[in-house]
Write a new protein. Structure first.
Lengths: 419, 359
């Protein structure tokens, strides 16, 4: 076949309305000197997704995000599993943000069960949430750095994330997939010297954030790459329904932790950093400021954990039914063994909804139970999925080299979007 | 003489063979193109520089860098291991490529990037010059002309690959060629304006007594340095093969040894440019003056090693920037090179003319 010739395919049987082709299979003649470039799914700058771009010279005229390469049918799988087994399933969405993405599910089921976790469990949950949030932002920075060819930021981001991953390991016993919050409380108590380690990590990270600013955010080359690139005006951000740091970088003060405090967030003192510019640089800065606020939260949590030492971390309703051996284990090791009753837990009939602010934005769960030991329906709306739409509207008009600068600044995470 | 002793004969043969080999080694075209500062030295230097680049970046980034292959040599042999791996890897040639340019342009690019080394002097002794003294009068001109040839083949590679990323990559390379070539050549030629000669030996002779042209004309040195960074896609100008944007740019479809050659030829070009910079701006072999009737060692080996050492320092400096900077966008790089580097080169040239008038 000659180049540029449109293949003649008899698709009369597929005719739907105007279009001769199945949706997604249209064959169009491109304008002169235009190029279709498939960025992904096997591309060093795309992650597990594809962005189909049309370029005119070096300028992108059309961008089409193509998601779903890592879809793992989490919602459907949830319908066939016991309630407790769904927690380790859904945390695979974003393993470095595991506590934040599973917490709303736990909260939604707790609402159905009609119970509230004890105070110390709430503090422990918030501690892990904030540890995860910082780790996730550092991971995002690492990826962002390597997208811009800045290998030092990549190594630093991943290296310092290790501090937080180890902190999480001390707290939960697992580096990544913690499965920490369970119905009615948390799985383990904090170890003896946890708060000391936490304070040490906070001091270290405060020092490091300043160095990040020097080498990355105030680096003249990086600033020129990010300033004024990928601008999302306030109105567009609201219309597209962006969430999380990306929304706050466009000047909208919206954070579930503040507008609808869950767990212990209403007792804590923190600010919501908001930037007005809406460009890639602002999105990077918002994350740095958020890390600072998270460190502030962690500092308060460390004090509260010291104050509530030795208190219960599991709701009475489950704890009362625990065998004496379990109570002994708790007293000796600070560990709540997973009680057999969780495996046969029947959740009363009803529907519930919960949301939290994950590292990449608001994540919502809708859980419907028909009174059995498995949920009838679990619906997840993840922040990356909500942010994915902007690829279509923000990228056109920029150069190919801007694509990683925009993609990285949105901290888009395909496994989280695809669920 | 009744008979020739067998031993004497053997001795003679051995001596003829030995001195024949020495003469062959120190025959200027062989010595400069193949040994120092040509292919062999370039290979060792490039491997050492890549090792240094990785080690230095690792130090900044809180990690070890190459280590596991030879812990006692701080991982130095890792690069040789990589080289062996590249040479034995399968070379995959896609069906859609334009075969002839696809296969030949990497080799041409490599050869042409090292060719300038075959026309420059690395010693003031006349018999070591690879060109005749009358051709040597234009050695700066010839060397500068030869440095400008290799990018064409990078563009050809991208075109022959028949891949979109490769096409975009070679398009970027085309834009960059126009941007840096002029600055590099004007920067190099500013020494001609000062010395009033196209002869590299006169340029070096001029720099005697610590009067390095890089010191008295830093503008031209800086312009040439930055233009070299752009031309060899060093950070922050790693644009035509920016991994996260266009995979490997013009080299996307290459694999195995062909890819290794492509990666190496950028470094080898950087090496050739470093040698030119060392000769033109950093005094060449200059603290050392060979004695009259200098032999192979004093007249050829030692001055060439001095030039090599200076060039290694220049190249190490170019490679260290990787750890500090990200990469520019293509339009920003063009902006930088036309607006600042070109102006810098012109200013350096003006300064050179002024100095040529005064000095």
């Amino acid at each position: 076949m000659q180049a540029g010739e449109v293949p003649k395919i008899n698709m009369s049987s597929w005719e739907v309305g105007e279009s001769r082709y199945l949706p997604g299979m249209e064959i169009k003649r491109l304008g002169k000197e235009r190029f279709v470039v498939y960025i992904g799914p096997q591309h060093p700058g795309s992650g597990h997704m594809r962005i189909i771009i049309k370029v005119d010279g070096d300028v992108i005229v059309e961008a089409d995000p193509d998601l779903g390469y890592v879809h793992r049918t989490m919602e459907k799988l949830s319908e066939g599993r016991a309630f407790i087994k769904i927690i380790p399933l859904v945390e695979r969405m974003a393993i470095l943000d595991a506590c934040n993405v599973t917490l709303p599910y736990v909260e939604a089921v707790e609402k159905l069960l009609g119970l509230e976790p004890p105070e110390r469990a709430k503090y422990l949950r918030v501690a892990l949430c904030e540890i995860n949030r910082i780790a996730s932002h550092l991971y995002g920075f690492g990826i962002f750095g390597v997208f811009l060819g800045h290998s030092t930021m990549y190594m630093w981001g991943f290296g310092d994330r290790e501090v937080l991953v180890e902190l999480a390991e001390k707290l939960t016993g697992a580096r990544l997939t913690h499965t920490y919050p369970i119905f009615g409380g948390v799985r383990r108590d904090a170890p003896q010297n946890f708060t000391d380690n936490l304070r040490k990590a906070i001091r270290y990270l405060r020092k490091r954030l300043d160095e990040y600013r020097k080498i990355f955010l105030d680096n003249p080359v990086i600033r020129r790459r990010l300033e004024g690139v990928g601008i999302v005006p306030k109105k567009v951000a609201v219309d597209l329904g962006l969430v999380g740091p990306n929304l706050r970088a466009s000047g909208v003060e919206y954070d579930v932790r503040a507008i609808e405090p869950y767990e212990a967030y209403d007792e804590l003192d923190f600010e919501i950093p908001v930037f007005e510019e809406g460009d890639s640089l602002a999105r990077a800065w918002v994350r740095v400021e958020e890390i600072k606020q998270s460190l502030r939260i962690l500092e308060q949590i460390a004090d509260k954990l010291d104050k509530t030492k030795g208190q219960q971390i599991m709701h009475d309703r489950f704890w009362a039914k625990a065998p004496p051996l379990y109570k002994k284990v708790f007293e000796a090791e600070g560990r709540v063994k997973l009680m057999p009753l969780f495996a046969i837990l029947r959740v009363p009939k009803g529907r519930s909804f919960a949301r939290t602010e994950a590292a990449r934005g608001e994540i919502t769960y809708y859980v419907e139970s028909d009174g059995k030991d498995k949920p009838y329906r679990v619906r997840i709306v993840s922040p990356s999925f909500r942010n994915a739409i902007m690829f279509k509207y923000v990228i056109p008009g920029h150069r190919i080299a801007d694509l990683p600068a925009i993609y990285g600044s949105f901290d888009y995470f395909p496994p989280e979007a695809d669920r | 003489m009744a008979y020739l002793s067998v031993w004497t004969l053997t001795e003679r043969v051995i001596s003829i063979v030995f001195w024949g080999i020495v003469k062959l080694i120190f025959w200027p075209p062989i010595y400069q193109f193949v040994i120092i500062p040509g292919l062999a030295a370039a290979m060792v230097v490039v491997i050492s520089i890549i090792w240094f680049e990785r080690k230095a970046a690792a130090r900044v980034q809180m990690r070890y860098g190459p280590w596991e292959v030879s812990p006692r040599l701080a991982g130095y042999l890792q690069l040789f291991a990589d080289l062996i791996r590249y040479s034995f890897q399968e070379i995959i040639i896609p069906r859609t490529v334009d075969l002839m340019p696809f296969l030949t342009s990497p080799l041409f690019a490599l050869l042409l990037s090292i060719l300038p080394l075959a026309v420059i002097p690395v010693s003031p002794v006349k018999w070591t010059w690879p060109l005749t003294p009358s051709a040597m009068r234009y050695s700066v001109l010839i060397a500068a002309a030869l440095t400008t040839l290799s990018p064409i083949f990078i563009v050809a590679m991208g075109w022959a690959s028949n891949n979109r990323f490769a096409t975009i990559g070679s398009m970027r390379e085309t834009f960059l060629i126009t941007a840096y070539e002029l600055s590099a050549v004007i920067g190099l030629f500013s020494v001609v304006a000062t010395v009033h000669s196209f002869d590299f030996t006169k340029v070096v002779a001029f720099q005697g007594g610590g009067k390095w042209l890089g010191l008295i004309n830093p503008l031209a040195l800086l312009a040439t340095f930055i233009a070299t960074l752009i031309s060899t896609s060093a950070f922050p100008f790693e644009i035509s093969d920016a991994e996260n944007e266009i995979v490997a740019g013009p080299f996307t479809e290459y694999s195995g040894l062909m890819y290794g050659i492509n990666m190496g030829s950028a470094y080898i070009k950087r090496w050739a440019m470093s040698i030119l910079i060392a000769l033109a701006f950093l005094g060449g072999w200059r603290p050392y003056i060979p004695p009259p009737n200098a032999g192979y060692v004093t007249g050829y080996l030692i001055p060439s090693l001095i030039v090599t050492a200076k060039a290694v320092i220049v190249m190490a400096l170019m490679s260290f920037l990787r750890a500090v900077y990200g990469r520019y966008r293509i339009d920003q790089a063009l902006h930088v090179s036309w607006k600042y580097v070109f102006a810098l080169a012109i200013a350096g040239f003006g300064l050179a003319i002024l100095e040529g008038y005064i000095l």
